[in-house]
Write a protein that binds this ligand. Structure first.
Ligand SMILES: [Zn+2]
Length: 333
């Protein structure tokens, strides 16, 4: 009897842990259950175990954090599967999402007057249904999946045509392509200014916290320098989250991002304040890392939805065409 009770308690505890992990990662129950069960006593959301892996994930988030309301999913990310040494990112199965990430991630040298666009040293290999991203000469990996892998090839081909049309040089052609001098110089220069990359990595590994049930959630996430050794991150959504729950999950001492709530202005439950946005400031205990959470609480009406649906349709139609050959498809925000 006592043994049955113990097993029952363990099952319920495991189930609770799995559901808590899913709130952060958006994984399917079976997959999350396997991971939690296989690693008893380990953190529910494993952290990146090296500085290089955390840095790659932070740059990934930094480059791609502005898809906003153009996607139903935060940054087009449907699910995350975190491992200590790598990260699996399941992307939305939409051509324009794949093109967005190709354009944002893969490094292109625009010449001496401009910086490298994309992530310095980033290369990729495609195996089956996965695209593996890694920084050349480092033990890093972000696996992209969930979409037709041939779309990746077509998006890359279009991006190469675009780069050359602008007299720019793609640095990523070939899985073993070495770092270019320009990539190495910029990466070295950035290394002096980048502070601890683990907050960005933790945010990416929990990005599904910002998922929205409606057709367009509008998660944006970006960062900017805020003095030496400090970056402020800003997480912005359009509408619809339970702010108390969101902040509790972000600041959970076991599974959160390692920050504490400092200030909060929340108008969700105040009559007459329906148009007011909510904000919260989170900080690390030493005050070095800061995250501003902002929900604009916009009302999305039928006209907005139709406009965004048209935008997505247009973007999908031209996703694999070089920009130089497209008709104008202006961004809708
Ligand atoms: Zn609120």
């Amino acid at each position: 009897m006592a043994a049955d009770l113990l097993v029952d308690t363990r099952c319920r505890t495991l189930s609770t842990a799995v559901r808590q992990r899913i709130a952060y990662t958006g994984e399917r129950y079976k997959g999350a259950h396997q991971e939690v069960q296989a690693h008893p006593g380990k953190p529910l959301i494993p952290a990146a175990d090296t500085w290089e892996q955390a840095l790659l994930e932070t740059e990934f988030l930094h480059r791609g954090g502005e898809l906003g309301s153009a996607s139903q999913h935060p940054m087009g990310i449907v699910r995350i599967r975190p491992y200590p040494d790598r990260l699996t990112v399941v992307l939305d199965n939409e051509p324009y999402v794949i093109r967005y990430w190709v354009d944002r991630l893969l490094p292109v040298d625009s010449g001496p007057a401009d910086e490298i666009r994309g992530i310095c040293g980033l290369r990729y290999s495609r195996t089956g249904h996965h695209v593996r991203l890694y920084r050349q000469d480092t033990a890093t990996a972000i696996d992209l999946t969930g979409f037709n892998p041939h779309w990746w090839d077509r998006a890359v081909d279009a991006a190469v045509v675009d780069a050359r049309a602008q007299d720019a040089t793609p640095c990523f052609t070939g899985a073993t392509a070495p770092w270019t001098t320009a990539e190495r110089d910029l990466h070295t220069a950035l290394a002096d200014t980048i502070c601890d990359p683990h907050l960005g990595s933790r945010l990416l590994r929990r990005i599904r916290l910002t998922a929205f049930e409606g057709p367009y959630g509008g998660t944006d996430l970006w960062s900017h320098p805020a003095g030496r050794q400090r970056y402020d991150w800003i997480l912005e959504t359009l509408r619809g989250h339970d702010h108390s729950k969101l902040l509790a999950l972000l600041t959970d001492p076991q599974t959160g991002v390692g920050l504490q709530l400092r200030r909060r202005s929340c108008y969700c439950e105040q009559a007459g304040m329906e148009d007011e946005g909510c904000t919260a400031v989170l900080e690390s205990p030493d005050g070095v890392q800061r995250l501003l959470v902002r929900d604009l609480r916009w009302t999305v009406d039928e006209a907005d939805l139709q406009c965004r649906t048209k935008y997505v349709t247009d973007r999908n139609r031209h996703a694999f065409s070089p920009w130089t050959e497209r008709e104008d498809t202006r961004a809708v925000r």
